[in-house]
Design a protein around this ligand. Structure first.
Ligand code: XMP
Ligand code: MG
Length: 180
């Protein structure tokens, strides 16, 4: 599995450090606001676990599973809610935790959905941001790292279901997806 990686971009130590930094900021920004921290499954599950452990104030957590990708390497603009939240969100302060923002289509749909559900606020925290490919005007509020325009995997991010368990973020060798 490690042989499929062209280059390691961020180790778990790098990610831990960035989660601590973001967590300190979130602790300040959300003190007294009891945010609902929403993990976008499946890609964000590891980063979510890092982030929530660095929030040193009251917060609730929930999970949503949306799919936009299938097995392709580009999103279509439509999302399907595979698993919705368990709690109502009207009037809540929502913090969405994502693995990566690429075109921004997925987050754009999610932010629209939360606004439609009359939340008090909605902010975005993402491990990775790939701003070169943005087609929607989505700007994350908290960003771990900006990544180049390459297909990355690991630390929750997959290609065809694999690589989520890599303890780092790396660039997938193009030969892996070009042969499909
Ligand atoms: P959009 O384009 O809607 O895409 O912002 C967001 C979702 O697409 C997936 N994605 C990736 N997954 N490596 C991955 O493993 C990548 O380089 C990549 N770029 C986008 C991801 O699921 C994200 O939530
Ligand atoms: Mg995702």
């Amino acid at each position: 599995m490690n042989n499929d990686i062209k280059e390691i971009l961020y180790t778990k130590e790098n990610i831990k450090e960035v989660a601590e930094k973001i967590g300190t900021q979130l602790t300040k920004d959300y003190a007294g606001k009891n945010p609902l921290v929403v993990c976008v499954l499946k890609g964000a599950f590891l980063f979510m676990a890092d982030i929530v452990r660095e929030i040193k104030t009251y917060a609730e957590i929930d999970f949503m599973d949306v799919s936009s990708y299938g097995d392709e390497t580009e999103s279509t603009g439509e999302i399907k809610i595979v698993k919705d939240l368990d709690v109502p969100v009207e009037g809540r302060n929502i913090l969405i935790v994502e693995d990566i923002i690429d075109t921004g289509r997925t987050l754009n749909c999610l932010v629209d959905l939360f606004n439609h559900r009359k939340v008090a606020s909605v902010k975005i925290c993402t491990l990775l941001d790939k701003p070169d490919r943005r087609v929607k005007g989505i700007r994350p509020d908290y960003v771990g790292f900006k990544v180049p325009n390459e297909f990355v995997v690991g630390y929750g991010l997959d290609y065809q279901g694999h690589y989520r368990n890599l303890p780092y973020v790396g660039i997938l060798k193009p030969a892996i997806y070009e042969n499909n």
